[in-house]
Write a protein that binds this ligand. Structure first.
Ligand code: HEC
Length: 96
């Protein structure tokens, strides 16, 4: 928590995570992968899809939608929300 808040303090609404985003994420050129990189890097370095089990991701993305609204970020569209959750679940730690 403290770590994320520290990162948030430096959040400038720009894609400042380019280096961290450069590699490591699965299937980065897919629709879901591109949306994940674009929409999940605005406030913190996005976690690896494999860092959570499949049942956790929909709840987390719902909470991030809330975080977006609270921070005056444009909310994810239904389609973006669906694509990102599908992507995260596909490359999750399992437990569908
Ligand atoms: C508007 C800013 C913002 C955006 C955009 C954002 N996050 Fe977050 N994220 C936060 C904040 C603030 C926290 C810490 C509080 C919390 O957990 O809600 C956090 C925490 C997290 C955590 C750790 C909490 C947990 O329960 O494991 C994960 C995982 C996460 N974000 C994933 C994502 C993903 C995936 C996306 C893209 C869909 C995303 N974030 C987009 C602000 C954001």
């Amino acid at each position: 928590m403290a770590g994320i808040l520290a990162i948030m303090g430096g959040c400038s609404h720009k894609t400042s995570n380019t280096a961290a985003m450069a590699s490591g994420y699965p299937d980065p050129e897919s629709t879901g992968g591109r949306l994940f990189k674009a929409r999940c890097s605005e406030c913190h370095v996005p976690p690896m899809p494999s860092s959570r089990t499949a049942d956790k991701w929909p709840l987390i993305v719902d909470r991030m939608q809330h975080n977006r609204i609270m921070n005056n970020f444009p909310p994810l569209t239904d389609e973006e929300h669906r694509e990102i959750v599908t992507y995260l679940r596909k490359y999750s730690a399992g437990g569908a």
